[in-house]
Design a protein around this ligand. Structure first.
Ligand SMILES: C[S@@+](CC[C@H](N)C(=O)[O-])C[C@H]1O[C@@H](n2cnc3c(N)ncnc32)[C@H](O)[C@@H]1O
Length: 395
């Protein structure tokens, strides 16, 4: 299907949904009771997202927020409340019917929030050529839209262009655990269902990194659909457009605390747990931001520590029977590669089959935020335990 056809068909699909109020798309976890107190029903009915990017404590008072593919405006209106009357929200959408509904309700929301004028504007435009000035946005949000755009590389570049230095994104979207085959890519109906255009998690995060964003990491994920063995799931990701670093800094070294035994960051630097690694001011900026900060000790002098030191963190598998239940782990940033204490090397977005003991490890505190765990087995699991390694490690 040519690119223009995809865009046209997706727009027609969402125009029809907006005018009929048809239910579409994916799992979200909005607090509808709360949203109903200030957002009209006409907007809430046509909420077609796959996450809650504005509702995750990411929006700050006074910020300028951009919502790519704003639809009926649900996330713009929640952002409007959160930025307060001093903030500003811009929604971009290509579909006129969506824009009409969103614009019509902006004044109602402003009144409900007690604002003298609406702080939200809706502009017509494409995600890969946004009518937004360079370097003007504090926070970019988007909810189940980028998968619908035929040229994601351009969308990621546009996001980087409009973000302020020091700006960030929090985006919910559908991704897949393997490359979507051509017979689905060329299925117009499934484009509109947020399936055909889904990138793998690896390609999604790589595309963001290639555009210039750093520190890309998982905030939330939930399963969506399985088609012909391909798992489609929603992820909410955050990443940063770092500001220029100060030219000098007292911090010269970073020591990885764990629980990973080794990690590789997006710039290709390897950190071994307990071993100080020389860093520059750019690295310091990144490593002092969440979610890196809790994993590193930053210091002016090299600091070395071992497993007896309370700063060292590790999680070992239990000494218990091991079963293979069909689970796969996908590392979802902020590192491109990471090793645990039991022979596994995880690469960003690539499914790695893991046994029940490793599931328990990765679901524990410090590992849990970094992984999506999928079950590819369906009901074909015997559940029989296999012999453990003599040292209690994984089978
Ligand atoms: C799945 S809906 C999500 C709408 C909204 N974010 C929400 O959560 O309800 C996708 C929206 O993105 C818009 N859209 C899809 N592709 C787009 C593109 N390439 N450029 C701009 N808007 C796009 C559609 O018109 C539609 O309103």
């Amino acid at each position: 299907m040519p690119i223009d056809d995809i865009t046209q068909k997706v727009s027609e699909r969402y125009a029809k949904a907006a005018s009929t109020g048809e239910q579409m798309c994916c799992p979200t976890s909005y607090d509808m009771g709360h949203l109903k107190t200030f957002i009209p029903e006409a907007v809430l009915t046509i909420s077609y997202g796959c996450g809650t990017p504005a509702g995750l404590k990411t929006v700050q008072v006074g910020e300028t927020v951009l919502d790519i593919g704003s639809g009926g405006g649900i996330d713009c209106f929640e952002a409007s409340r959160l930025v307060g009357s001093t903030g500003h929200v811009i929604g971009i959408d290509m579909t006129d019917t969506m824009l009409e509904i969103a614009r019509k309700n902006a004044a109602v929301v402003a009144t409900n929030l007690g604002y003298s004028a609406s702080n939200v504007e809706f502009r017509k435009g494409l995600a890969d050529a946004m009518p937004v000035q360079d370097g003007t946005i504090d926070l970019i949000i988007s909810n189940c839209v980028i998968n619908l755009a035929p040229d994601k590389r351009k969308v990621f570049q546009e996001m980087y262009r409009v973000a302020k230095p020091g700006g960030r994104f929090t985006i919910s979207d559908i991704v897949s655990d393997q490359t979507v085959p051509q017979y689905l890519v060329h299925d117009a109906q499934k484009w509109g269902d947020c399936l055909s255009g889904a990138l793998t998690l690896t390609d999604y995060m790589r595309g963001m990194t290639a555009a210039g964003f750093l520190g890309i990491h998982l905030v939330k994920s939930s399963p969506w659909r399985v088609i012909d063995g391909i798992h489609f799931f929603s992820v909410t990701l955050t990443g940063y457009k770092l500001p220029p670093a100060p030219t000098t800094s007292s911090v010269q070294y970073a020591t990885l605390r764990g629980p990973f035994s080794r990690v590789v960051d997006e710039r290709g630097t390897t950190y071994q747990r307990g071993i100080p690694q020389p860093i520059n001011p750019d690295d310091e900026l990144l490593l002092s931001a969440p979610p890196f900060a809790e994993h590193f000790l930053l210091a002016a002098e090299p600091v070395t520590f071992d497993s007896h030191d309370p700063r060292w963190t590790a999680v070992f598998p239990a000494d218990a029977p091991c079963t293979w239940q069909g689970q796969y782990a996908l590392l979802a940033g902020p590192f491109v590669e990471a090793a645990d204490d039991d022979h596994h090397v995880y690469r960003r977005g690539e499914p790695l089959e893991i046994c029940s003991k490793t599931v328990a490890v990765l679901e524990s505190g410090r590992y849990q935020p970094h992984f999506v765990i999928l079950n590819r087995a369906g009901d074909r699991v015997s559940g029989e335990a296999v012999t453990c390694a003599p040292n209690g490690g994984c089978c």
